[in-house]
Design a protein around this ligand. Structure first.
Ligand code: G16
Length: 545
């Protein structure tokens, strides 16, 4: 096998965002664009040489082409062995599981997560470290720095390797194992949850579920776990075949993109009792009951309150963590059960040190992500199994479990308003204006709400003391209500402003109201403080979650 060195020109835009490098497919299709970034990874992580690399993706358009390129660059850079998922498919949680199980030096995941796919859609690449978790910011900054000056990359001159079936072969000295994408991950799930109790739930009464795989990576995982191992109803998994363009749909598990799932839960005498969906790469989750939506922040709090009931967590929890904009529902639970609760920046990578240092067991985010110390990524199917196991033990519906949780701990009404694809300069100006007025807002009275605290959130990692700044403007009111403003780090068009609004209501008699109604005054205050209308010429968001 011939290894050649290709002269290249650097790109200036390869700075990874909240979760890896995400761009339009057409950007990745530029000459040497992918190659430059992959070579930059190998330059920055020399320990990959002579070690094992895990490789896979969510099956979106350009995955197949990119996998072959990465294999050839890996062979030229002295990687000893690559384990790649059959058909090139591996979910993000499965990659994390495989890195840890087989002591790999790292993993590369090809995905743009919940962003749309297809020829005109988005593509992405993430590097995960030897702990199984997303590369920390210090590492992604180094990769970015290298990418800005890269002059050559190494690549093997060889034909493509078939990824269609499980088999082993060599590219020069590098061994390539095409592995079953599902089994190791499914076995891990079986260790964490009580599969026999969940199986009994499905077989002993007419309990049925519907899981929307959104034509993304989780289809094969969901079929193996829910249908084969847990004997769920035969139609438990919908949209279960991974497609390059996700069937033309948006693989984002929220109420706006799951109409088929919602119909399966809410209509007909055979309506499913439990519903769930995951995203492009299988790390997000949405949990539904009949006519009932579980807010992801509530889901984390409910998991924290009930984890001790489940076999994998019966020893109790070390601690919990949530990202800044995630509601403080989990804080209430943590306080009551006497565990530490950490507030981290947005991005799963910030949970890594807390998990590695054994400070926390569970963590989660408002952006439909939750997970535990079993791997170092958020995990969609894990969350679904957690809920199924809980339902099987409690013999209660999703709605009953959630309402009794609110009754005990109080309810955090919560919403997120997104202004999408806005001009990046306008967005930066808005955030800078907010930053400038943080101290002057303190003490201001807006209708029923008085500002107690206002700052630009910064985070000192308690394990390695690294400092991260400018993470979001938070406005906290005297009654515990909060408004957070921050710019998304995952979009590929202009900027997206996210406004997160939360209000805590203790009295169970007030838990039946509509979220947007309860939060109406705070929404108006948020728009006033940020001067949304003047900046964007409108005051209605593109998306409300
Ligand atoms: C990624 C990160 C999450 C983050 C989410 C939203 O998720 O892994 O930690 O909460 O993006 O980030 P932002 O608000 O910056 O858009 P995923 O599922 O897209 O990889």
């Amino acid at each position: 096998m011939n290894i050649i060195s290709i002269v290249t020109t650097p790109y200036s835009d390869q700075k990874p965002g909240t979760s890896g490098l995400r761009k339009k497919v057409t950007v990745f299709q530029q000459p040497h664009y992918l190659e430059n970034f992959v070579q930059s990874i190998f330059n920055v992580v020399p320990e990959l040489k002579n070690h094992l690399l895990i490789l896979g993706g969510d099956g979106r358009f350009y995955n197949a082409r990119a996998l072959q390129t990465i294999l050839k660059i890996a062979a030229a850079n002295g990687i000893k062995r690559v384990m790649v998922g059959e058909q090139g498919l591996l979910s993000t949680p499965a990659v994390s599981c495989l890195i840890r199980k087989y002591h790999a030096a790292g993993g590369i995941i090809l995905s743009a997560s919940h962003n749309p796919g297809g020829v005109n859609g988005d593509f992405g690449i993430k590097f995960n470290s030897a702990n199984g978790g997303p590369a920390p910011t210090s590492l992604t900054n180094k990769i970015y720095d290298i990418s800005k000056n890269i002059k050559t990359y190494q690549i093997a001159e060889t034909g493509d390797i078939s990824l269609d079936t499980q088999q082993s072969s060599y590219l020069g000295d590098m061994r390539v194992d095409v592995i079953n994408s599902v089994n190791d991950y499914a076995n891990l799930m079986q260790q964490l949850f009580d599969f026999s109790t969940i199986k009994t739930l499905f077989t002993s009464r007419a309990f049925s579920m519907c899981f929307d795989a959104m034509h993304a990576v989780t289809g094969p995982y969901a079929k193996e776990i829910f249908e084969n191992r847990l004997s769920a109803n035969i139609d438990a998994v919908i949209n279960g075949v991974p497609l390059e363009d996700f069937g033309g749909t948006h693989p984002d598990p929220n109420l706006a993109h799951t109409s088929e799932l919602i119909a399966r839960l809410n209509t007909g005498i055979n309506a499913a009792e439990f519903g769930a969906a995951s995203d492009g790469d299988g790390d997000r989750n949405m949990i539904l009951g009949r006519n009932f939506f579980v807010n992801p922040s509530d889901s984390l709090a409910i998991m924290t309150a009930n984890a001790h009931l489940l076999p994998g967590y019966s020893q109790g929890l070390r601690g919990a963590a949530r990202s800044l904009p995630t509601s403080r529902a989990v804080d209430k639970v943590s306080e009551e059960i006497g565990i530490d609760c950490y507030e981290t920046p947005t991005g799963w990578k910030y949970f890594g040190n807390l998990l590695d240092d054994k400070r926390i067991t569970l963590c989660g985010e408002e952006s439909f992500g939750s997970g535990s110390d079993h791997i170092r990524e958020k995990d969609g199917i894990w969350a679904v199994l957690f809920w199924l196991n809980l339902i099987a033990i409690k013999q209660q519906s999703v709605e009953e479990i959630t309402r009794s949780h609110w009754k005990r701990y109080g309810r955090h009404y919560y919403t997120r308003h997104d202004y999408e694809a806005i001009n990046s300069d306008t967005a930066e100006t808005l955030v800078q204006n907010l930053r400038n007025q943080t101290s002057s807002l303190i003490g201001n009275q807006y209708g029923n709400y008085k500002v107690l605290l206002c700052d630009d959130f910064s985070y000192t990692d308690p394990v390695d003391n690294s400092l991260t700044e400018k993470l979001g403007i938070r406005v906290i009111f005297e009654d515990e209500s909060r408004i957070i403003f921050r710019l998304s780090g995952t979009g590929t068009e202009g900027s997206t402003l996210r406004i997160y609004i939360e209000k805590y209501v203790r009295d169970p008699a007030l838990h039946e109201r509509a979220t947007q109604t309860v939060l109406a005054e705070l929404i108006t205050i948020a728009n006033t403080i940020a001067d949304i209308e003047n900046h964007f010429g409108r005051s209605h968001p593109d998306a409300i979650t």
